[in-house]
Write a protein that binds this ligand. Structure first.
Ligand code: ZN
Length: 379
């Protein structure tokens, strides 16, 4: 294939969908859309945190960030050859193929979005200016993931180690040059309503992935960058409108404190597979088991983006194989319940029950009901 665009080979290979100025631009244009469409109250609330939203919409691409990893910001509705991908029964597409992780479901743009969404709700529910500001950090991160899913290379598995990596580089550099031209100005009713129809906000990521993947042929066949103009315009306007609709959905969900996992609150954790409860008694390997008797767990969240769950006897949920204590968890909501990813596995594995009552850390499979949990408020 003939090279049609100069790529600076001296720069390290770093995967971006949109570059940082583009992510920041999407956030500010999404806020303008809310204003233009008459969502004054919501606009004014989020505009007060515009600096945080803008900064944290770029943070997930920074080296060493908790949300960063090879193939993580992908959510592939098509494969690298343009063939439609089939989601799991519970509706999940895979992350990018160059993920070095065994599960391509635990760290995809959608699952990271869902995890960050929970944290945003948790800190919002805690109330107070400081917690609102932390909540907005996670809202900004969510907007990053939405924007990446509106970007064709990230929904068609065009990773930078794929056979079509040149197309990805061409796209990102050219989009960086022209992004400022495009401004949706107003939202679309269909995008607003889609965000509100879905039972979990993550489900709408499938629609966005399917829409952006439609530009695969244009991206692959373009003979010169300018042939991408209208595709990039459509993707960016989709990202701006989706981020605006997402902010409305968050504003509505955040007002209902019951939707949040609350910091410092006590819960019972019930398995979606067999209705049994997580217990600190039993399994000698992991120290936890499934039991008919409910046992209280205290949930805490920290601003670095992790949850912890501790039984009343002080034992924290870890499932660590090694001796080193590692209690950080990420919790995201799917249609079947919450998944709980373990820090010991670098958030690749999920807390998993089994029919024999054992609980262990296992590669995440979104269809496995033994990896889905209900948080029931303890009296
Ligand atoms: Zn990204």
């Amino acid at each position: 294939m003939r090279k049609i665009y100069n790529v600076d080979r001296l720069r390290p290979i770093i995967a971006y969908a949109w570059k940082s100025p583009t992510h920041a631009d999407i956030v500010s244009k999404a806020l303008e859309i809310l204003d233009n469409d008459g969502y004054r109250e919501q606009h004014d609330f989020f505009a007060a945190y515009a600096d945080i939203l803008t900064e944290y919409a770029t943070v997930p691409d920074r080296k060493g960030d908790t949300d960063k990893g090879k193939g993580y910001h992908y959510y592939c509705a098509k494969n690298v050859h343009g063939k439609r991908a089939v989601p799991t029964d519970s509706g999940y597409y895979k992350s990018g193929k160059n993920a070095t992780t065994p599960s391509r479901y635990s760290r995809s743009a959608r699952s990271i979005f869902e995890d960050d969404y929970q944290l945003a709700l948790t800190f919002f529910a805690s109330g107070g200016v400081e917690n609102f500001a932390i909540s907005m950090q996670f809202v900004g991160r969510c907007m990053h993931m939405i924007s990446d899913v509106c970007c064709t290379p990230h929904t068609t598995d065009l990773t930078l180690t794929s056979s079509k990596s040149g197309r990805h580089k061409l796209f990102e550099q050219y989009a960086r040059d022209i992004y400022q031209r495009f401004h949706a100005k107003n939202g679309f009713d269909s995008i607003y309503s889609k965000h509100f129809e879905e039972s979990t906000v993550g489900e709408h990521m499938n629609d966005l992935a399917a829409m952006s993947a439609e530009y695969y042929d244009i991206l692959i066949k373009a003979k010169k960058p300018t042939e991408l103009d209208s595709a990039i315009e459509n993707m960016l306007c989709l990202a701006q409108r989706s981020c605006a609709a997402f902010l409305l959905r968050f504003y509505k969900d955040a007002a209902n404190k019951e939707l949040a996992l609350q910091n410092g609150k006590t819960y019972y954790l019930r398995s979606a597979a067999n209705g049994r409860y997580l217990s600190s008694k039993g399994c000698f390997k992991s120290g936890v088991s499934l039991s008919k008797t409910a046992e209280k767990l205290i949930l805490t969240a920290n601003a670095q983006g992790f949850y912890e769950l501790a039984f009343e006897n002080g034992c924290k949920l870890s499932l660590a194989k090694k001796k080193e204590a590692q209690y950080e968890l990420k919790i995201g909501k799917s249609a079947n319940g919450y998944r709980i990813l373990t820090g010991t596995s670098r958030f690749i594995n999920a807390v998993t029950g089994a029919n024999n009552g054992c609980v262990y850390s296992k590669q995440y499979d979104p269809d496995d009901l033994f990896q889905c949990w209900y948080f029931e408020a303890a009296k």
